[in-house]
Every structure is written in C-alpha cells, then in structure tokens.
Design a protein around this ligand. Structure first.
Ligand code: BG6
Ligand code: MG
Length: 220
C-alpha cells in the first residue's frame, strides 16, 4: 500500500517528555514570589506559548506594572529555575510510547521533525539522547511567530522537504493544534479531547499512536 504520509512533526514539551510540568513549576514559583495567583487552569493557556508571551499572561493578574527591562529579568529568573529542573533529566524521562513511535518511523522510512518553540529544546533532546531520530529540529531562536501561528510547523516541513498535507503534527497544547491545522497538516492531540477539540484525533499518550492506521488514512 502506497501512503502519502512522509513526515511526523512532534512538539517536545508534554509530548515526548513531561517538561510541561517543569515549566509549570518554574512559573508557579515565580508567580508565588510575585504574589500573583496562578494555577493549572491558567497554565493551560501557557502551553506551547513562548516565554515572554507566557509571562504576559501571568502578569494579567498582577496589580504591579513592570517595565520591559523588569519583565526580561523575570523571564530570565523563570528560565534559570527551569534550567535547574531539566538538569537531572535522563533518557528514562522519554514518555511511554515515544521511543517506540520514533523507532517505527525510522523503520518505515518516514521522517521525524521537531517543532518546539522552547529555546531549551536542544538541551532537553541531548539529555534524552534522542537527537538521532530527528531529521530536522527547529531552532526556536529563528522562529518569529509562535504557535498558534503555523510558522514553526511550516519551517520544519520545508526543511524536511515534505509538503504540509503529507505531514502529521503531534501536540499537547491547544495553540499547537491550531498551528498544525493552520499549516494544513493532520493534527494528533495528546491529552484532553475537550481542550484539544480542534485536533483531527486525540489520544491519551504516544502509547496509543497507531502508525499503521495513519499510513492507511494517508493511502493514495
Ligand atoms: C513550549 C512550552 O514548548 O516552550 C511552553 O510548551 C514554553 O510552556 C515554551 O513557554 C518556551 O520555552 P522556553 O524553554 O524557551 O522558555
Ligand atoms: Mg507542548
């Protein structure tokens, strides 16, 4: 059976590894220090969103106005906390199912790409020791428009040399699914079907990622 499916483009935080919880812990510590209310529900809006935009969302509840310089210092503080948290990561922190999917793609000759807006993505991939599975990893520093803009997914597809309609995107964030759909790709959501209602399908984790079924869906 011939399949048009040529590439699967993954988000990193919350899809390949559980760094979404580390981002939350670092933001929570900063928000607590600033006396700003912050919880897991507000945190949902931060998933897939770049560092400075995430800070702006947290500061919506701040009675204090911060200058741009102060905001940059706050973002750096959060990032320092986050970098400490990811220091201890090892290959054991790859989420269940992720390695099996990456291996299956390799075996099938389907390209894997990484579309994370995190400037720490290369460090995390190094810690997890899974760099060899990805034919292309986006450099977040070179992406001008974050998710839900499709730029990062389109950049990865272009660098893989694959048309967007021949790609599957995998995301745990609503903003990420919007980006995948805006790029014209098939979107697989990981997590809550209500939160990720714009996805073409939602599965609890990569353990349920069924490559053979997707290949059949893309049959030409
Ligand atoms: C995304 C996360 O992958 O990266 C966001 O979902 C995070 O929560 C963003 O804010 C940017 O990450 P970093 O590491 O550049 O601050
Ligand atoms: Mg994510």
């Amino acid at each position: 059976m011939e399949s048009r499916l040529k590439a699967v483009i993954f988000d990193l935080d919350g899809v390949i590894t559980d760094t979404a919880t580390y981002h939350y812990r670092a933001w929570k510590q900063l928000a607590d220090e600033l006396g700003i209310y912050f919880d897991e529900k507000i945190n949902e809006r931060l998933k897939g969103i770049d560092r400075m935009t995430s800070l702006e969302i947290i500061l919506e509840r701040s009675p204090v106005q911060y200058t741009q310089e102060e905001k940059e210092a706050l973002a750096t503080k959060k990032n320092d906390l986050y970098k400490q948290l990811i220091q201890t990561m090892t290959p054991a922190d790859v989420l269940p199912g992720a390695l099996a999917v990456l291996q299956a793609l390799k075996q099938r000759g389907i390209l894997a790409g990484l579309a994370s807006v995190s400037k720490n993505a290369f460090t995390v991939i190094d810690k997890l020791q899974i760099g060899q599975y990805f034919a292309y990893i986006a450099d977040a520093a070179k992406i001008t428009k974050g998710k839900p803009d499709p730029e990062i997914f389109l950049t990865v597809a272009a660098n893989l040399g694959v048309a967007p309609q021949d790609c599957v995107g995998v995301e745990d964030a609503a903003a990420g699914i919007k980006a995948i759909k805006a790029a014209g790709m098939y979107g697989v959501g990981i997590g809550d079907p209500v939160m990720l209602k714009e996805a073409d399908e939602v599965i609890p984790s990569l353990e349920q990622f069924d490559l053979e079924r997707l290949l059949a869906r893309f049959a030409s």
